[in-house]
Ligand binder design. Structure first.
Ligand SMILES: Nc1ncnc2c1ncn2[C@@H]1O[C@H](COP(=O)(O)OP(=O)(O)OP(=O)(O)O)[C@@H](O)[C@H]1O
Ligand SMILES: [Mg+2]
Length: 266
């Protein structure tokens, strides 16, 4: 006879983590999206070991009040929707209230935050999903999330990770995509102590040049479209065939490239 049992919350979160954060870049994307949703104008990202050893994301956004800190780590707890109607008019990047619970379930996690007007910051820690009590902390503004030893307690997931260089490559790509779509936010990124990206808040065209290079801006066509509450701004470049030698056989020496940068505002 089968035995049907309800799974403990911690195990539910660890299972969910396999879908929500299947690799460091996915966790990083969730954390930076939270910073952008909190209205941050500056996000500092420090990574080590391809994001597996360490991810620290510091923002100057709205912060989280002390009594809401445990909720931030709880599954299906969000400040972004409250009813079905809200789903029709979502303007934030997240709304499921799953990301932090999932990441905290599979890492050594700490979140320090100072809500506007608070006398000082508060810190909450979790190890493998076990949430500790909040403690006073020092932070001048916003929220800093630290994720160490991602998947330390889920070796099966850890086995799927590629080399440090590959995982860093995915993180880099995730950051660049977010930076392209949010030129109003300054980003500073370091990996293993080395600066990788440093862009101030800037105009969309300047951001495209900083991420994709001046050549892209010069050669790209501007695409702009409006549809109700949605606006699309993009740069698109036609695929180009480049011969590397005067008599190079096209099949082996030609390359094709096409890139597009988009930013939508709801
Ligand atoms: N950097 C941050 N600054 C301010 N508040 C934050 C930050 N990160 C998380 N929060 C708060 O914690 C809540 C939970 O975050 P979490 O990412 O788990 O869920 P979400 O963003 O609401 O939805 P999703 O799971 O789709 O990302 C958020 O709704 C937000 O209120
Ligand atoms: Mg989120």
């Amino acid at each position: 006879m089968t035995v049907i049992r309800a799974l403990p919350e911690q195990l539910i979160n660890q299972i969910a983590a396999g879908e929500v954060v299947d690799r460091p870049a996915a966790a990083l994307k969730e954390l930076v999206e939270n910073s952008i949703d909190a209205g941050a104008t500056r996000v500092d990202i420090d990574l080590a070991g391809g994001g597996v050893t360490l991810m620290r994301i510091a923002d100057n956004g709205a912060g989280i009040a002390r009594d809401e800190l445990p909720l931030a780590l709880a599954r299906h707890a969000t400040s972004k929707i409250a009813s079905l109607d809200d789903l029709e008019s979502i303007a934030s990047l997240g709304f499921r209230g799953e990301a932090l619970a999932s990441i905290a379930a599979v890492s050594r996690f700490a979140l320090t935050s100072r809500a506007a007007g608070a006398a000082h910051a508060w810190r909450i820690e979790a190890e493998g999903g076990r949430i500790e009590s909040t403690k006073p902390a020092a932070l001048s503004e916003g929220t800093t999330v630290t994720v160490q030893e991602l998947y330390f307690n889920t070796p099966a997931r850890r086995k799927f990770l590629r080399t440090e260089a590959t995982e860093w490559g995915h993180c880099d790509e995730a950051i660049r995509r977010l930076a392209l779509a949010h030129p109003q936010v300054a980003f500073a990124v370091r990996h293993n102590g080395r600066a990788q990206l440093n862009v101030p808040a800037q105009a969309p065209s300047e951001r495209v040049a900083a991420i994709l290079g001046d050549a892209f801006v010069v050669t790209a066509a501007t695409v702009s479209a409006d549809g109700g509450t949605l606006r699309l701004q993009a740069g698109a470049r036609v695929p180009r065939t480049r011969r590397t030698g005067p008599h190079a056989p096209a099949a082996t020496r030609s390359t094709c490239s096409s890139t597009a940068a988009t930013s939508g505002t709801a």
